[in-house]
Design a protein around this ligand. Structure first.
Ligand code: 5GP
Ligand code: ZN
Length: 135
């Protein structure tokens, strides 16, 4: 299903032109308009899912297989030195377009791209609380 108000639905469906580097029945991979690095691309499912919570398992699996293939192909073609796969869900996590997508970010020595976080501390109390909730 597509969402008529969603820009990534329009791009994935070909209604809005994009710099497409890969396309099949289920996905389109496009260059990001505001790239973190040379070759930064986005995997867009053609079906609309707002985020990972809405995504079905089959599409989730296929999206990650495609991410793996694209990482290899892009690394070879662009000569990057490493690769980040990033996927944001929710405003608090940095999501700005609410159509599920995977960022493919080639990394180059000295590129200065900042995706990191300051390591915190896993306290005993927190650890016990999390284990009690999730195990
Ligand atoms: P998010 O912040 O939701 O994880 O990522 C959204 C990404 O989409 C951003 O990196 C942004 O640069 C990119 N973007 C937003 N609008 C467009 C667009 O119309 N075309 C393309 N190619 N990229 C877009
Ligand atoms: Zn959409």
């Amino acid at each position: 299903m597509r969402d008529s108000s969603c820009i990534f639905c329009k791009i994935a469906g070909g209604e809005i032109p994009s710099a497409t580097i890969y396309e099949d029945e289920k996905f389109r991979v496009i260059l990001d308009l505001g790239p973190a690095s040379k070759g930064h691309a986005l995997i867009l499912p053609k079906e609309h899912f707002a985020n990972i919570y809405e995504l079905d398992e089959e599409t989730a699996a296929a999206a990650f297989v495609l991410a793996k293939k694209m990482a290899g192909k892009m690394t070879e073609a662009l000569g990057c030195d490493g690769f980040n796969i990033v996927q944001n869900n929710g405003t608090v996590a940095g999501q700005t377009v609410f159509h599920f997508h995977i960022h493919l970010i080639p990394r180059y020595e000295g590129d200065g791209v900042a995706l990191g976080w300051k390591p915190g501390e896993l306290t005993e109390e927190q650890k016990e609380d999390i284990l009690a909730r999730l195990q």
